[in-house]
Write a protein that binds this ligand. Structure first.
Ligand code: NAD
Length: 362
């Protein structure tokens, strides 16, 4: 097994270093190779995703990614900006399924802006289709309107579209994921208004016939947005298109209140995945040793579970994180009265220690 380690920019290098230490201590047989990506790669090679980095990522079973970007690159031409590296990796690796879990750890219930009883024990998984929908549909552009409310006026347009195989494969990913959880899938659409999403609903319903052990329900996206803040615990797996998923996954992530805790994964049909924290490179705190490494450590756990078939090792990381939180250690972003503030390195140390202790005591 081979892991491509791409720390990137800003806090990326600090948090990935801790995830690598956690992986090392598990004593599993895999090779890790590190390469530059994002602004760091632009500085060294003149491109945010150099050929050598892309080649390494393609050959690996999984990519562990930190974060890219810095405001100082905002004036570069768009193809040279650090963030383009993520799009380039996803496209080249064919990663069409984005997994964004939203888990509320018991000890962090206070970090959410929702009432504790609404989110205590929350554990939902948003699966977003990542390579289709209105974000990629053609034609798109600007033109002079020939009809509509203002013929002759300048207008812009995009095209929403999904093919049957695109919907089928993301629906299968969702049903398979639900089988490993609470066996419930909510498919989110806007079938009442959009042809694309009536088709989405029909295809998901058809695929569901192959998964009779999983419960399926359908929900309009406006209602889903409401239910996520009203009664989020009623969801298990949510599957939806690219644009609705973009919005709902951020909404779901914020239910937990702490961006430094949220892992994510993007997978292709060979289970080859890119694993990264949901947050960015946080230039405001980079180099200070205060960033929370737990989202990246939890992304490494997802990598073990989804791409490397090491579910047991993934469980060990996740329970180590829970026990570290239970012991009262917190980085600044999740600190609250009565807990102990630690830096990036100390948080990594604590997770490593919790894993080692469990290994020794069995
Ligand atoms: P950000 O997620 O980097 O930071 C938002 C806020 O959250 C900041 O105050 C930051 O200090 C804090 N934060 C983020 N991660 C944290 C962590 N692990 N521990 C503690 N605090 C944390 O978003 P931004 O400030 O809007 O963007 C900064 C740069 O990151 C930009 O260049 C942006 O394009 C890039 N970005 C990259 C990715 C990615 O690599 N996937 C995603 C989002 C943004």
């Amino acid at each position: 097994m081979k892991i491509a380690v791409l720390p990137g920019d800003g806090i990326g290098t600090e948090i990935v270093a801790e995830a690598v230490r956690v992986l090392d201590v598990l004593d599993l047989k895999f090779e890790m190779e590190t390469a530059l990506v994002g602004g760091a790669a632009y500085e060294a090679h003149g491109h945010p995703l150099p050929d050598s980095t892309l080649k390494l990522a393609k050959e690996a079973d999984a990519v562990l990614f930190g974060a890219v970007g810095d405001w100082k690159y905002d004036k570069l031409d768009r193809p040279l900006r650090p963030e383009q590296a993520i799009l380039g990796l996803r496209t080249n690796l064919g990663q069409f399924a984005n997994f964004r879990p939203a888990i509320c750890y018991e000890q962090l219930v206070g970090a959410s802006s929702l009432k504790p009883e609404l989110i205590a024990g929350l554990d939902i998984l948003i699966i977003r289709e990542l390579t289709g929908d209105i974000y990629f549909g053609q034609p798109r552009g600007k033109r002079v309107a020939i009809d509509g409310h203002f013929p002759g006026a300048e207008e812009a347009f995009d095209t929403m579209r999904y093919s049957k195989p695109e919907i089928e494969r993301i629906a299968r990913v969702a049903f398979e994921a639900a089988r490993k959880r609470n066996k419930r899938v909510t498919s989110v659409d806007k079938a009442n208004v959009l042809e694309t999403f009536q088709f989405w609903k029909d295809v998901v319903t058809e695929v569901h016939k192959d998964y009779p052990d999983v419960e399926l329900d359908h929900m309009y996206v406006d209602n889903a947005a409401m239910q996520l803040v009203k009664a989020p615990k009623k969801f298990d797996v949510v599957v939806t298109g690219n644009m609705f998923g973009d919005i709902l996954s951020d909404e779901a992530a914020m239910l937990t209140g702490s961006i430094g805790m949220l892992p994510s994964a993007s997978l292709n049909s060979n289970k080859q995945g890119l694993y990264e924290p949901s947050h960015g490179s946080a230039p405001d705190i980079a180099g200070q040793g205060v960033a929370n490494p737990l989202a990246t450590i939890l992304s490494a756990a997802m990598m073990l579970r989804f791409s490397l078939d090491q579910a047991e090792a993934a469980d060990r990381i996740e329970s180590a994180v829970k026990s570290v939180l239970a012991s009262g250690l917190r980085t600044a972003d999740i600190w609250s009265e009565g807990t102990t503030q630690v830096g990036t390195r100390e948080m990594g140390d604590a997770v490593v220690a919790a894993i080692t202790k469990k290994t020794i005591t069995g």
